[in-house]
Write a protein that binds this ligand. Structure first.
Ligand SMILES: [Cu+2]
Length: 326
């Protein structure tokens, strides 16, 4: 089975550094998925947090990457909901697989995208993405073998990665939850602070002293000083939670949300971009590969997108649940 490969491009037409490479399965793997039985009762983790409803902010007045559609700032009305305090961990995903026998899209397709520094020196040669040679197509890479067939089992408390949007839908059906909408995700990430850049407020992380989340430090893509303590994923409860008790809303692993990627702008370049990403799903929060020097997308209003069958070593997801009826 083959996938086409491409990269999200920045406004100058260059491939974006850490934005996920995307692949579209040539023969439509989504149709092969057998959704597990929906949970009769929601499997709520004990750490699910109540997120208040009402007027919520979505977008920003201070777009840093306008072509991503970060602006404008909109006010939307949301119902209250419950959100998992953390991204879905490997332990949680393993429980889902053990209970249902679910096989992820990366496993069925046979490969996934891996960042080159995760590969062992002894790993077999891999194909790279054009103009983004740090992204490698690795046969056998999957959620349980993050760097390929010979890699160690992933730490149970790290976010599950190499999971597609379609995989997230299957997991959601099993836990009786769903992916958040993009507006819900942003509202939750703000933690009650309003139109702030980050879940902790306005202060930008730096490479040495202020390290509030798991992003890159050093020179991408060759030198990662890991000053924040992590060169790849970190445990899902690393760093301080935000005002709603949510961990790692920015940094660590990108999180799929429910929405299709759309752009409000009528600019010609924005329309062309929206057309190129038609059918793609939104990703939020950035990852351990983001750095301000080339991918300033670990901000709340920042966005990326990928095809719903694509998988990489830095894309995961988090669950929300509707509030139980009284
Ligand atoms: Cu990034």
């Amino acid at each position: 089975m083959t996938k086409t490969q491409a990269m999200i491009e920045d406004a100058a037409g260059k491939p974006c550094g850490c934005a996920p490479p995307f692949g579209t399965a040539a023969s439509g793997t989504a149709a092969d998925i057998t959704p597990p039985t929906t949970a009769p009762v929601a499997r709520l983790p004990a750490t699910a947090r109540p997120i208040p409803g009402g007027k919520a902010l979505f977008g920003t007045t201070r777009a840093e990457i306008p072509l991503d559609g970060e602006a404008p700032l909109r006010q939307v009305r949301l119902k209250p909901f419950l959100m998992a305090a953390t991204a879905v961990s490997n332990a949680e995903f393993a429980g889902f697989v053990a209970a249902t026998g679910y096989v992820t899209e990366a496993e069925r397709i046979g490969w996934s995208f891996v960042f080159w520094q995760l590969l062992a020196d002894s790993a077999p040669p891999t194909q790279s993405v054009q103009d983004a040679e740090w992204w490698r197509r690795v046969d056998g890479a999957a959620w349980s073998r993050v760097a390929g067939p010979n890699s160690d089992p992933p730490p149970p408390d790290h976010p599950v990665v190499h999971v597609s949007w379609n995989d997230a839908q299957a997991y959601a059906a099993w836990v009786g939850g769903r992916l958040p909408s993009e507006a819900e995700w942003e509202h939750a990430a703000r933690g009650g602070l309003g139109d702030v850049r980050f879940p902790w407020g306005e202060r930008d992380p730096d490479d040495t002293d202020f390290l509030p989340c798991n992003i890159w430090q050093g020179t991408f893509p060759v030198r990662n000083t890991a000053a924040d303590g992590h060169s790849a994923t970190a445990p899902v409860t690393s760093f301080a939670p935000n005002g709603y008790g949510l961990y790692n809303m920015c940094g660590n692993a990108w999180e799929w949300v429910a929405d299709r990627f759309t752009l409000a702008s009528l600019r010609r370049d924005a329309r062309a971009r929206a057309q190129a990403l038609k059918g793609f799903r939104v990703l939020k929060g950035g990852s351990y590969l983001c750095h301000r020097s080339y991918c300033y997308r670990y901000r709340i209003a920042a966005r990326s997108a990928n095809s719903p069958d694509s998988t990489t070593c830095h894309q995961g997801f988090r669950m929300v649940w509707d509030m139980p009826s009284p």
